[in-house]
Design a protein. Sequence first.
Length: 203
Amino acid sequence: MPEAVTKGETAAGGTAAADGAAAANGIAAADELADGIAAAAVGAAAFSGRRLVVLVDGRSGTGKTTLGRHVAERLGAQLVHLDDLYPGWDGLRAAADAVVRDVLGEPSGYRRWDWTTARPADWVPADPDAPIVIEGCGALSRASAPLASLRVWLEADDAVRWDRAIGRDGEVFAREWERWAAQEQAFIAAERPVDLADVVLRT
C-alpha cells in the first residue's frame, strides 16, 4: 500500500490525498487514498472548468491498474488501460503519443491492440465530455500533462515491482522484462513524469 505522498498540491490549491491514507495499511487505506485522489481531481477540474482527466503512471508493478480502477469507480469515469493500446512489446512511446492524439484528442478513443494476433484491432470510442482515468506507463508526458486535471506517479522498489508484475503476468512478461524496462527508462529520461506529477506515491 502507499507509504508516502511526496507532492500534494493541485491546481485547485487543495491536497491530493490525505496523509492518513498514505500512512495506513490494507483495504481501508486504498479506499481512503482513492477517495482523496478522486476528490482532488474533482476540485481541480472544477477549478479549470475543463473535462475531468486523471493520469496514473509509473513503472511495471507499481499498482497503476489497481489505483486507476478504484479512482475511476469513485468518479464514475471511463477507464483506459494502456495495456490495451501498446502495439506490442516495443510500443510504449506509440501508446504515449496515442494518449494525446487519440484518447484525449478528437475523436476521443483508441485503436485496441490484439496481443493474440499481434495486430491492431477495433477502434474503442470514448465519450469526449465524460470524466476519464488513463493508467499505464506512458500516460503522463509533457504533452499529456496540460490536458489533465490530476497527474499521479507511482513508485516502488525494483524487487517489489518484479514480484508483483511477474506474479500477475507470469513467464511471458519475465522474458520481456528487460526489453520493456529499457523503454520505461527511456520514457522517464525523456519526459521526467515525476516532475510533472501532482501526486507521487510509493507503493
